[in-house]
Design a protein around this ligand. Structure first.
Ligand SMILES: Cc1cc2nc3c(=O)[nH]c(=O)nc-3n(C[C@H](O)[C@H](O)[C@H](O)COP(=O)(O)O)c2cc1C
Length: 205
C-alpha cells in the first residue's frame, strides 16, 4: 500500500516535468577527485566563506534547487553520482532504493570532491526516498570529515514532506555545526524563489 502511494506520488512528480532517466555511468567513472563546478557570480554572498553545494538527484528536481542555492550564495557545485546506475523503470527503481535503504547499503560513488578541506560551509541535497535520504547521499557523507564545517541539508519530496530526511542526514554529520534544513516539493523548475531565499536568510551564513 505504502509503495503504491510513493509510486503515485513520484510518478506524478515525474509527469510534472522531471526527466525520468537513469544515470549511465561514464567510462571514466572511478572514485577519482573531481573539481566541483566553480562558483557562479553570487547574488547574495557570504563573503569570507568558501561554500560547496553537493547534491544527488535522480530526476532533476534536487539538482534544480542545488543550482539555485549555488547561484544565491556563490557556491561551487558538486553532483553526487553512483558507479552503478539505478533502474530506469520506476517500479524497479523504487524496489532497488527500498532494498538499499533497508539494508543500509552505501553504493559506490564515481567521484570525490577535490580538496574538501577548503570549504567552510557545505549544503547537502537529497531527494526524499522512502522517507529518508537517498543511499548515495549516505555514501557521500561517510567519505569526509565534517569536523568544524557548517552544514545545511536541503531536500525535495513528492508530497511526503521532510519525514526523516533531515534527522537521518544530521546523524551522519558528526562534528559539524548543523543548521536547520529545508524541504521543497520536487519540481523541475526548482524551489519557489521567495521560500528558498527566506530559508537562506534564516541561516545567516
Ligand atoms: C525511490 C523513490 C522513493 C521516493 N520516496 C518518497 C517518499 O517517501 N516521500 C515523498 O514525498 N516522495 C518520495 N519520492 C519522490 C521524490 O522525493 C521526489 O520526486 C523528488 O523531488 C525527486 O528528486 P530528484 O528529481 O532530484 O531525484 C520518491 C522517489 C523515488 C524515486
Amino acid at each position: 500500500m505504502k509503495k503504491n502511494i510513493y509510486a503515485v506520488i513520484g510518478g506524478a512528480m515525474m509527469l510534472l516535468g522531471s526527466a525520468a532517466c537513469a544515470k549511465a555511468p561514464g567510462a571514466e567513472e572511478q572514485a577519482k577527485e573531481t573539481a566541483p563546478v566553480a562558483a557562479p557570480q553570487a547574488e547574495n554572498t557570504a563573503k569570507d566563506k568558501k561554500i560547496l553545494v553537493a547534491y544527488y538527484s535522480y530526476s532533476g528536481n534536487t539538482k534544480a534547487v542545488a543550482q539555485q542555492i549555488a547561484r544565491a550564495v556563490g557556491a561551487d557545485l558538486f553532483e553526487i553520482n553512483t558507479v552503478e546506475p539505478y533502474p530506469a523503470a520506476y517500479g524497479d527503481l523504487l524496489d532497488r532504493a527500498k532494498e538499499q535503504i533497508q539494508s543500509g547499503t552505501k553504493p559506490a560513488l564515481s567521484g570525490r570532491v577535490e580538496n574538501m578541506a577548503q570549504y567552510d560551509v557545505v549544503f547537502i541535497g537529497s531527494p526524499n526516498w522512502w522517507g529518508t535520504i537517498a543511499p548515495a547521499v549516505s555514501s557521500f557523507v561517510s567519505q569526509y570529515n565534517w569536523e568544524g564545517k557548517t552544514v545545511a541539508g536541503f531536500f525535495t519530496n513528492g508530497g511526503g514532506g521532510m519525514q526523516n530526511c533531515e534527522r537521518d542526514l544530521n546523524k551522519l554529520l558528526s562534528g559539524a555545526n548543523v543548521l536547520e534544513g529545508v524541504t521543497f516539493t520536487g519540481r523541475s523548475s526548482g524551489a519557489p524563489a521567495k521560500a528558498l531565499q527566506a530559508w537562506l536568510d534564516k541561516l545567516a551564513l
